[in-house]
Write a protein that binds this ligand. Structure first.
Ligand code: HEC
Length: 115
């Protein structure tokens, strides 16, 4: 019985992780890359004019890497706000994603930052 509950909890956790990864793959990877390094053709187009670091400094034509120091310093609330409201060339996802999915994506960005 205990094992059963533990197993189903693990399955739920795994399903949640898969969902965030799936949403990321469908909505974010095109620009940010599957690994979050931003080295994509679309990302380069988006940043053909200037993109910015998380603290607002011009970053030239480089898409921000999720593991850049300024993005590592962002709070979970700040990550959620960027995903919801967008920023410059980063589209807003507030009308496309639920609050729960947005939060799951912010957590997934944290996972990618450790890769
Ligand atoms: C159409 C391309 C595009 C898509 C799709 C996209 N982004 Fe972005 N994202 C950008 C660009 C461009 C920037 C840099 C904006 C700037 O600072 O000028 C950015 C910045 C960010 C940042 C850093 C914010 C900061 O303040 O530096 C995070 C975190 C982020 N995106 C997460 C996501 C997530 C999660 C998704 C999927 C829901 C996503 N993005 C989808 C283009 C995109």
């Amino acid at each position: 019985m205990v094992l059963c509950v533990a197993l189903s909890l693990a399955t739920v956790a795994l399903a949640a992780a898969n969902t965030a990864a799936d949403i990321y793959g469908a909505r974010c990877a095109e620009c940010h890359g599957v690994d979050g390094n931003g080295n994509t053709a679309t990302g380069k187009t988006k940043c053909a004019s200037t993109c910015h670091t998380a603290d607002g400094k011009p970053a030239g034509k480089a898409m921000p890497r999720f593991n850049a120091p300024e993005i590592l310093r962002m709070s979970d609330a700040q990550l959620i706000a960027v995903i919801r409201d967008g920023k410059e060339k980063m589209p807003a996802f507030g009308s496309k994603l639920s609050a729960a999915d947005t939060e799951a994506l912010a957590k997934y960005v944290r996972v990618l930052q450790k890769k």
